[in-house]
Ligand binder design. Structure first.
Ligand SMILES: *Cc1c(COP(=O)(O)O)cnc(C)c1O
Length: 480
């Protein structure tokens, strides 16, 4: 059987039926772990397809020319790239290997885009040969793309990354992109025709903003529409605006739990008492001159407005009372809207399961439960993964006293705690019991995974819905 940690006072994750189906089948998971090792990452392709469909339907509803590029950096599995292409969407690539592999899996110049932060000669050459649009960030990149296009004997299809949008009288800073104030002039003076960069064929504009503001994205899109119109009036033929990713998702079932957790955490920081988190980690909050200052350094796990509704906010944005909303301007300008969702396409797609290796009581009397996995196998830029894990165990009537535990990992670091939050379980786990972390497909599995101690990287398995699952229904990504 299985149960969620923290029966009361928890952070209850939104948990799909497929996850429950797997967790109720302990022998299936044991079987998978005995074949593939611990931890094992499971990917439900049926949910991935459903997420794609929701975005497609939104664009249809707004009658927009569009393309969706799955940002594969959020999860390295080939199965998802393949599935994205099979579902008629594209893939956003950000390195040579991401590009090369996506081409090998069936991607083309029509379905891929290259948005790498650092671009090598090999990346330009491959992208240009395959006519994959390259999103350029600066003048050095224009030089190199132009030179390599000449060598390859093809024009390079490009878009420009734009930054420096002004929102509420404040300029948004970014290390990426061309500043919006000088971009238009730069393009008129340098791109195409017989100008300096004659081998660059500009097809669109691109931005990807830090943070999760629909207002900022709405304003940025509106500004880009204006520039595209002006460039096209001046003889260019820009076809798309790509607004990147960063579409919020919601991880938690109850807003109240999120609010409660935040106030309990602040209370712990203020009082210096409690064991909500390991060593009273403030997860970003600090006590400064007697006050709780700074902020929670985690993903905002609860979001009322998320997914397609988040995107609606960007599409409905109006630059002023009198002006038309973004979606109308895109329609009348015949501009294709592109998005590059990573995390939001992976919502509810993945789960990570690990095996209990040992239990011990530390000198403070706290129970530490060692799992056969390490901190890098469930790590993001967030200070903690604030979802209650599930405990999969044999129902054992002998000893049933609830116990508070911290899950510890395999790296030789004091800080290898898989979750910083204390988890209350109905009984002390036994060696060989299982712990499942849900909704880990977006960034949690691979983004920071390392091979310290020569640990094997975790196996990535994909599967589709079926009433009865057995180990043979799961495809190992290494075999694709
Ligand atoms: C990271 C990134 C994305 C994906 O962002 P999500 O938050 O996962 O949706 C898309 N485009 C660019 C350029 C990125 O850097």
């Amino acid at each position: 059987m299985y149960t969620k940690g923290n029966k009361t006072n928890g952070l209850t994750p939104v948990t799909s039926e497929w996850m429950k189906q797997i967790m109720s089948d302990k022998s299936l998971v044991e079987n998978l772990i005995s074949i593939y090792g611990s931890p094992v990452n499971l990917h439900h392709l049926t949910t991935f397809s459903a997420n794609i469909k929701k975005f497609k339907e939104l664009f249809k509803q707004y009658d927009l020319k569009h393309q969706i590029y799955y940002a594969r950096k959020a999860n390295k599995s080939k199965s998802l790239v393949q599935h994205a292409l099979n579902n008629g969407i594209g893939v956003d690539t950000a390195s040579f290997r991401e590009l090369e592999q996506s081409l090998a899996l069936g991607g083309t110049g029509k379905t891929l885009v290259l948005t790498s932060a650092i671009k090598t000669r090999e990346q330009y050459a491959l992208a240009i040969k395959k006519q994959v649009p390259i999103i350029l960030d600066n003048i050095d990149e224009c030089e190199l793309a132009n030179a390599i296009a000449l060598e390859v004997g093809e024009t390079a299809v490009i878009g420009f990354r734009v930054s420096g949008f002004e929102v509420d009288n404040k300029k948004l800073y970014s290390r990426f992109g061309f500043d919006i104030e000088s971009l238009k002039q730069f393009i008129f003076e340098n791109i195409g025709g017989q100008l300096k960069y004659k081998h660059l064929n500009i097809k669109g504009l691109h931005f990807h903003l830090d943070g999760y503001s629909t207002l900022e994205r709405g304003k940025a899109l509106s500004d880009c529409i204006t520039i595209v119109s002006e460039l096209n009036e001046g003889g260019f033929g820009l076809e798309f605006i790509d607004i990147g990713g960063g579409i919020l998702i919601n991880y938690l079932e109850k807003e109240q739990e999120w609010i409660n957790f935040d106030s309990q955490l602040r209370e712990q920081v203020a009082s210096g008492k409690g064991n909500l988190t390991f060593n009273q980690n403030g997860l970003g909050y600090e006590l400064i001159n007697g006050n709780v200052e700074r902020s929670l350094k985690t993903y905002p796990y609860y979001n009322k407005v998320n997914g397609v509704d988040f995107l609606k906010g960007v599409l409905e944005y109006k630059a002023s009372e009198e002006s038309l909303p973004n979606f109308s301007k895109l329609q009348s300008g015949n501009i294709e809207l592109r998005i590059e969702p990573g995390r939001s396409l992976l919502n509810q797609v993945g789960m990570t399961v690990a095996k209990v290796a040992h239990r011990k009581q530390d000198a403070r009397g706290q129970w530490l439960v060692g799992l056969e996995m390490n901190m890098s196998q469930m790590m993001s830029s967030s200070e903690d993964f604030l979802l209650d894990p599930y405990f999969i165990y044999e129902d054992d009537s002998s000893d049933k006293s609830a116990v508070d535990v911290f899950f510890t990992g395999a790296y030789c670091l004091e800080r290898d705690l898989l979750l910083k939050r204390k988890i209350t379980l109905p009984q002390l786990p036994k060696i060989g019991d299982l712990v499942a972390f849900v909704n880990t497909a977006g960034y949690m599995m691979h983004f920071f995974e390392t091979e310290a101690h020569l640990f094997e990287l975790s196996a990535n398995l994909s599967f589709e819905s079926s009433e009865k699952l057995s180990a043979s229904d799961f495809v190992n990504d290494d075999n694709l």
